[in-house]
Design a protein around this ligand. Structure first.
Ligand SMILES: Cc1ncc(COP(=O)(O)O)c(C=O)c1O
Length: 499
């Protein structure tokens, strides 16, 4: 048996190595892993399919199929008559120029593997990307209650849009989004959020993430500085990192972003804030801080990106006016989303830009994004103009408010005095503030083992965290879940805080 057969046999025999996969796939996985780990080195010759099949006790066709898959993905290079060789994964740049060589010196260079093809930026981005989470467990912060969505009503409105069979709704849309939706949003923002806005300033985007990305692309260059809140919404952080901006974390206290003298020594191009309900701490930016921020933006010639992601969920009193409404210098780009109030997969948000930026944003939206989704936008426009949006917000606000109170009640029964629950009356999550000595990440992990998905506050900081805590989402949890898991979470925290 050759050393390669030995190595692959050992990998296959390893307990738990894809035991349920077909043999061909297991062999492919074993060989791929060995190539990645360089246990099978570049240029090394693999045994013939006949020998390997004999050594591993497999059918020859199984081995041939595995070799073919490895060759198709660029892990090995097969050459008729001369055998199969391990490809040089590092040589992809040469292979793209067509000068790579097989061990025989011919220029049939292997295609690079998907991971080897990533750009430097791509590698950096994926190295810290958390990836999708498929299962929503109780208390994961952020999601609304899907069961409250008016499915039947939506279906009726959507059917009506499709029945009209309008050709213009099938195109990408060139003017920043479906006009009736932009009109409806303009009206809503003027009345509910005190935003100073004309319909031309409103662009419909695929949500806040895209709004932020457009801003980063159009308003900042690689290496420019973006001030972000510390702690900060990870989605904003990711966009700015992807656009290669220098991040300057600015401390957040109970009045929102607190700009220090050392911060003023830097020159931000963008300032990202969540004034109505700071994400994740929940702080509301005071009027004095809002004025100060607007003043700094003018002095620094910076743009303020106001993310007003969940202002619909204010459970007592009137929603607070947007920062944009105080801006007299056209420094603020205001953005909102339907992710929270309807459902995240709708992928509809809006961006209000100062008048001077309208042409640039409109053409960039069209050129870079090819927006489309006009039938969804038309359905949403009807949903708002026919009064369903306001009714839906009223209904879910009540539901969430009651869930919030229930959660507070369940936790308060268990938590010691050293642990406090955030008092602000808005949003889709609570923050449980922990004493400094409690490791919030360890606590979140402990809760996860019991099926509870809270997030540690310290993971949202760029600088060393100044507060420890847990973010607890409640919007989509049923009262029964809140009662049971709230009690359990309270018990877990109490045990840790007392230790
Ligand atoms: C602060 C903040 N902004 C925006 C969003 C949602 O953005 P999008 O419209 O991209 O879904 C979230 C979602 O969790 C958020 O926490």
């Amino acid at each position: 048996m050759s050393p390669t057969s030995d190595l692959l046999a050992a990998a296959l025999a390893q307990s738990g190595f894809h035991p349920r996969l077909p043999q061909q796939r297991r062999l492919y996985e074993a060989a791929k892993a060995a190539i990645h780990q360089q246990r099978l080195g570049a240029g090394g010759k693999l045994p013939s399919s006949r020998d390997l099949a004999r050594d591993l006790g497999m059918a020859r066709n199984t081995v041939i199929a595995a070799f073919e898959q490895l060759a198709a993905e660029g892990y090995v290079v097969s050459s008729r008559g001369s055998g199969t060789y391990v490809a040089d994964l590092q040589a992809h740049s040469a292979s793209m120029r067509g000068v790579g060589a097989t061990p025989q010196g011919r220029s049939t260079a292997p295609a690079a593997t998907p991971s080897a093809r990533l750009s430097r930026r791509g590698q950096e981005l994926t190295s810290y990307a958390a990836g999708p989470q498929f299962e929503i467990q109780p208390f994961a912060p952020g999601d609304p209650d899907f069961s409250s969505f008016p499915f039947k009503l939506w279906q009726r409105l959507q059917n009506r849009v499709w029945r009209e069979a309008r050709n213009d709704l099938l195109d990408y849309g060139q003017s920043g989004g479906h006009l009736p939706l932009r009109q409806a949003i303009t009206e809503y923002l003027r009345i509910s959020r005190s935003v100073k806005v004309e319909v031309e300033q409103v662009m419909i985007t695929a949500g806040t993430q895209q709004s932020l990305d457009l801003c980063a692309q159009l308003l900042a260059d690689v290496g420019d500085t973006a001030w972000i809140e510390d702690p900060c919404y990870w989605g904003a952080r990711r966009v700015f990192q992807a656009r290669e901006l220098k991040l300057r974390p600015i401390t957040v206290d109970s009045d929102g972003i607190a700009i220090a003298a050392a911060d003023l020594a830097t020159k931000p191009r963008l300032i990202y804030v969540t004034p109505s309900h700071q994400y994740p701490t929940g702080a509301v930016m005071s009027l004095a801080r809002r004025r100060e921020l607007l003043d700094v933006a003018v002095r620094k010639d910076a743009w303020i990106l106001e993310d007003d992601y969940d202002s619909e969920f204010r459970y007592t009193g009137r929603p607070l006016a947007a920062l944009q409404g105080l801006d007299h210098d056209d420094r603020v780009l205001y953005m909102g989303t339907f992710s929270k109030v309807l459902y995240p997969g709708i992928k509809v948000g809006y961006l209000v830009v100062p008048p001077a930026l309208i042409p640039a944003f409109r053409s960039a939206l069209y050129d870079l994004q090819r927006p489309g989704q006009l039938t969804v936008q038309a359905t949403l426009a009807d949903f708002i103009t026919l009064g369903h949006f306001t009714a839906h917000v009223r209904k879910i606000r009540q539901t969430y408010g009651a869930r919030r109170e229930l959660l507070r009640h369940m936790l308060a029964q268990k938590l010691p005095r050293s642990v406090t629950i955030s008092r602000e009356e808005s949003g889709l999550h609570l923050v449980i503030e922990l004493p400094d000595q409690v490791d919030d990440m360890a606590l979140a992990q402990q809760a996860a083992m019991q099926g509870i998905s809270v997030k540690a506050l310290s993971t949202y900081y760029l600088k060393p965290p100044i507060r420890r805590g847990l973010l607890v989402g409640y919007a989509y949890c049923t009262p029964e879940q809140i009662t049971d898991y709230g009690r359990l979470l309270g018990t877990i925290i109490a045990a840790e805080a007392a230790a």
